[in-house]
Design a protein around this ligand. Structure first.
Ligand code: SAH
Length: 243
């Protein structure tokens, strides 16, 4: 990442109320450089231009700070990023909160080779798992165990809820990262939320710097344990969403 890009990253993060340390800026720059290199071999992202990647990958991944509580920020939170792809939002969030105990999951192993490499290069420890969420969520040591599940661009909300809520302990929450205009999607998800043990969704809208557009953070508290049936077997949540 160029020095101008690093300045841009600091300024853009500032719009979210974040003051990045030199070390955090270095870590983001390293991840960006590695992402561009690896993207020549592995399809990690369509967004590789520096300015665009800074806002759409790094700053966008930071946006949950707008709704995280002081306690969530400061604790060794158990966090799971489902469908992390090239590591977003988990890697930027771990750059902010390296004391979190994170699990990063994706069903595509090649992307995770990058994620492992990137984390190792910047000296952050996290668990990286090549699994489908539908299978992982039925493992006893994974189910109802996380304080925070997070997902960006994973699926339509009713599907996303089935793939993520089973991982969250009662008292924890989901943050789903979406584009603008999510009211219809949230309305269509009310049956799934109810069936899976979620509370009323709270949507926070925000605007990314550089006129890149609006984003929505949908927070769903986990109120009750998810019935053992969910998630249904791999492929079913997508083929027959809970709507
Ligand atoms: N969160 C990343 C990637 C989004 S693309 C980002 O915002 O940049 C969606 C990712 O979810 C893909 O990498 C895909 O492989 C993964 N994915 C889709 N369905 C999944 C499932 N059922 N279990 C695990 N990963 C899944």
């Amino acid at each position: 990442m160029t020095p101008a890009g690093q300045d841009k990253l600091r300024t853009a993060a500032g719009t979210l109320g974040l003051t990045l340390t030199d070390h955090q800026v270095d870590q983001c720059a390293t991840v960006y450089d590695e992402l561009v290199l690896w993207n020549e071999k592995v399809n990690l992202t369509k967004i590789t231009g520096e300015d665009e990647a800074i806002v759409k990958h790094f700053v966008d991944s930071f946006t949950p700070v707008q709704i995280l509580t002081d306690e969530e920020r400061s604790q060794p939170l158990r966090m799971i990023d489902i469908g992390t792809g090239g590591g977003f939002p988990a890697i930027p969030l771990l750059i902010l909160f390296p004391h979190w105990q994170a699990t990063l999951v994706d069903s595509v192993g090649k992307k995770l080779n990058f994620v492992r490499h990137a984390l190792e290069t910047i000296g952050i420890k996290a668990e990286v798992l090549h699994m489908r969420a539908e299978d992982l969520a039925h493992q006893k040591e994974r189910r109802e165990r996380y304080d925070l599940a997070i997902a960006r661009a994973l699926a339509d909300l009713p599907v996303l809820l089935e793939l993520t809520l089973p991982f969250i302990k009662v008292g924890g929450r989901l943050i789903a990262m979406k584009g603008k205009a999510v009211a219809d999607e949230v309305a269509r998800a009310s049956k799934a939320i109810h069936m899976l043990g979620g509370g009323n969704p709270v949507t926070t809208s925000l605007v990314l710097p550089d006129d890149v557009g609006e984003r929505s953070l949908i927070s769903v508290a986990k109120l009750k344990a998810t019935p053992a049936l969910y998630p249904r077997q791999a492929g079913t949540p997508q083929a027959a969403p809970l709507v």
